[in-house]
Design a protein around this ligand. Sequence first.
Ligand code: NAD
Length: 447
Amino acid sequence: MATDVLRNIRVRIEKAAQKLGAKTVPDWMLEELLDCEEKFYISVNIKIPDPANPLEKIPKKFNAVRVWHRKPDPEDIWKGGLRFHPDVTLSQMEGHAIEMSIKSWIMKLPHGGAKGGIAIDPYAWPKETLEDVTLQFSKRAIRRGIMSPRIDIMAPDMGTDARIMDWIRDYYILSTGDNIIGNGVVTGKSVDKGGILGRKSATGLGMHLALQTFCEAGEIVLPKKRTAIVQGFGNVSSNFCALADEFNISVIGVVDQFGGVYCPTGLDINKMSEFAFAKTNKYKTINGSECVSPTYIKASFDELMTIGADLFVPAAMEEVITTTVAPKMNFKVVLEGANGPTLADADEILSQRGIKVIPDIYANSGGVTVSYFEWARNTRRFHSDPRICIPENDETSVKTALQTMFRSNGLELIQTAKKYKIPYREAGYALAIERVSPDIKASNRMD
Ligand code: NAD
């Protein structure tokens, strides 16, 4: 169970603030950056069939939380994922909400970071229960004034997807009657519910664009045809794998919480998807996928870490690269798809071993960026920064807009790393804080 997410983020913010100096980040601002402004607990009570007597219903309670970090400008919205996972805790969500702010500020998006989740295993319950839980959560969130296209916009995260976003969107419009901008209450929706083309693959695509930016800038040198080992085969990871070929990457290993598979000549991603997303595969796991080809070998996470590749792509849970794992990792680059996959202490080990890390706060920001495009289109709100151009709703325009933002902001991150002689992760935090510090100072004066 994740316990250190918040501590990790705080260590990183403190380090970056130290580099920037007290003139840019005075003590009061550091305190604001380290803490979240609002924390909501929501009890989700539903009725489920009684296992002892399926004709009767019994009450069941699920705990939910939603956290808001900081907004540089009071007119900004809160934005961040909604997770369905049994291990959701307040402190974990606080850490991820702070990360969301940092990520948005690196990409110049007008957001305060938010994050939330419901402590539920989405694979253990039928569709009816998941829908019930989603609607009860939405009802309470709307009543408490948290859920609105003008206030806080949720999006898919672990265990949630377009189907769940569609349920929230439908319920919001039905219960508030807001059929003008109600579509904007969530992002990552189906296209016929107001979603944007390219959102589903946006995080995976963004990770490729992040690596491309670092390679083109000469920061990372890799062979023309690269190999990768990926953790997870969910939304982020399967989309990363599906695009790998286009970016000259051969995925030679994939692993999830149940097991993994390895093939030195490359896995067939279409066949892996057929296996993982088959109707009969309840947990959507790739465990057992060695049956896909006689050349595939079953492999554990530890085995894949020592086998190694050019890239390791953690795209599942937080805190998987620990001080025990980091010394045995046989990779040139870590490209972070998950939020918070590397512990702060493990970062030091990777750095000493010459393994470069393209950090989550930049690498996985494709999802929130395309979500912003979706929300801006839904609400007809456009950014005051003319460098952010909201694309048309077609995949090519979305991809081009994303590429432009990854390039320009990635190059600034690299410049920041050079200026302060710090690793990319610290540079990402420094760049984000530097960008918003005048706004935070100004809004604080207005108070
Ligand atoms: P998902 O639920 O679609 O997929 C999660 C994957 O992780 C599944 O393949 C699952 O089997 C695997 N997994 C779960 N627990 C694991 C464990 N203990 N060890 C190894 N594998 C495990 O989730 P997702 O939306 O792909 O999100 C994955 C990560 O990416 C999360 O950290 C999330 O916060 C982050 N993220 C998601 C988005 C997005 O757009 N969905 C955007 C940015 C970051």
